[in-house]
Design a protein around this ligand. Sequence first.
Ligand SMILES: [Zn+2]
Length: 417
Amino acid sequence: MSVSFDRMWSDLASVGREPATGGYRRFAWTRTDHDLREWFAGECAARGLALTEDRAGNQWAWWGDPDAQPGVVIGSHLDSVPDGGAFDGPLGVVSALATIDTLRQRGITPAVPLGVVNFVDEEGARFGVACAGSRIITGALTADRARSLTDADGISMAQAWTAAGRDPESMGPDDEAVNRIACFVELHVEQGKALALAADGVDDLDDPARAVAIGTDIWPHGRWRLDIPGEANHAGTTRLDDRRDAMLGLATVVQSARQQATVLGCVATVGKVRVEPGGVNAISSHVTAWLDARGADEDAVRATVSGVLADSDSLGVEATEESWTPTTAFDAALVSRLRGILPGAPLLGTGAGHDAGVLATHGVPSAMLYVRNPTGISHSPAEHAERRDCHDGVMALTSVVAELVSRPTDRTNGSGQ
Ligand SMILES: [Zn+2]
């Protein structure tokens, strides 16, 4: 297992890596994405798995026939945020493939089909909607809206599909793909420090009992696009009193987001801005900023965003809600089975969205496993997991899958939501 994990991990190390930052730029439907998809297809072919692509472009590799009966699915995504880390997404895909190898080494043949998925465009880094692949097949993101989403260069998803050799008219909900899933378990690097911290709040990276956790729920979260108006003018000749500087509006929005989130016990982030005209010697005529807000309580998250808009009301800021996801509880029956298989594994809620959450919302029994991240840093080149913890993750996933494929999961028992 560790041999195949290590080999796959080093295969992926250079794909989409930006030498200047050490981070990854693996955006949906780009050349890099194509290379990652080809890599995934090759790994699946080498294992004799049957590869299919659904109506959103997600890749599914099956051991056994999921049309005979729904199967257990593991996997994650291979795309990244701009200058993201190596682990967010690929850890789940590589661990899933290594799990298949481990099952085979142990002579286990699944009694139900076993699938490995590579979800496309999970981060939404290029077109602005996270979990686009799982949202399209479940109908949470309509094909019309998806096709018309544009990237920073004005290229629509429809155009990107065409450039990648896909027919954008074929995009849409895919009941066939969804109905093949009896349950989904997504292994993911932890995106916080909960597992790295011992009970006394001090780093404890040696406790093997805290290498892997079971996910319980995903916090409500949303993304808003804020258009902040200004007036372009000369940075040297325009009197301060005469200026309408969109960057000042941005400063208000950023400060307010921090303040409102602090008061309401949430987190709020402005992590992406587009400045026009974008010249060092030009007063900004327009800023587009994206506000990301999350928290354990839905009303508090909504109130955080309302507060930011109230604080910036006099600036003429226009807000567009690009996505909203309520609290997502993972399937109680499945979580309970995982707790039985991995006794002593900590239980974790998270502020990060995942395809497992989209499927859970759609009623597909889903759950997650998290692998310890010693720094808690994610969406950054500093994101990390120790190799021994990655191997522990594969062993945990193997134990889970070995049990889940020994008898079918009854979808009608899933609480879903
Ligand atoms: Zn991820």
